[in-house]
Design a protein around this ligand. Structure first.
Ligand code: G3H
Length: 195
């Protein structure tokens, strides 16, 4: 059976500043992760000639993939992070202070809450459908380098987690989740490449 490897991009400069949304490069730590990931992928998928690397179209995901050589890379807009609309570039503290009602409604129903002029988790889940269809069709391993909200949704699909849990699934940085689909069900392994 062929594995699917899921990982968030390496830590970005906005991750360090606690800002959501945006499109910015990696922090120094994020760059170290990108190199470690490349090492891991090159070893893990050494004899897998048909393997491919799928990223979002955002800089932090593309830069995380960039040290990986020897495999084709495909960019999917559907793998971009949840679009936070008017909250783009804000910290959660700023949202709480300046838009308390928005903050509250999101707390109450994170799955359905849609950012003004942005997306909800349900929107993200819906736009992932073509990616999931294509992932199911692949015969060879795929490495997916994407973002927290998107990976929660993808992971939930493969791990068969209920919809309402999706926005709360733990999806740490600098960790690879390897999913194997076999006849007996889905197996999962985690590789934490950095502390
Ligand atoms: O910017 C989006 C975050 O990666 C998603 O995190 O849905 O837990 O706020 P959150």
């Amino acid at each position: 059976p062929r594995p699917i490897l899921l990982t968030r991009h390496g830590e970005s400069k906005d991750n360090v500043r606690g800002r959501i949304g945006g499109d910015n490069p990696l922090s120094d730590t994020g760059e170290i992760y990108a190199k470690k990931l490349a090492n891991f992928v090159e070893k893990r998928l050494k004899s897998e000639r048909a393997a491919s690397i799928w990223t979002s179209t955002l800089e932090r995901a593309i830069l995380t993939a960039s040290p990986i050589v020897g495999f084709p890379k495909i960019q999917w807009r559907a793998l971009d992070e949840i679009y936070v609309g008017v909250c783009d570039g804000m910290t959660y503290e700023e949202i709480k202070k300046n838009m308390p009602e928005e903050y509250e409604s999101r707390m109450k129903d994170k799955l359905r809450y849609r950012y003004p002029r942005g997306e909800s988790y349900l929107d993200v889940i819906q736009r992932l459908e073509p990616v999931i269809i294509e992932l199911e069709r692949q015969r060879a391993p795929v490495v997916v380098i994407s973002h927290q909200a998107v990976l929660r949704a993808l992971y939930a699909y493969f791990a068969d987690r209920p919809l309402k849990e999706i926005p709360h699934i733990e999806m740490p940085l600098h960790t690879i989740i390897e999913i194997q689909m076999g006849v007996t069900g889905v197996q999962e392994k985690r590789y934490k490449l950095m502390d």
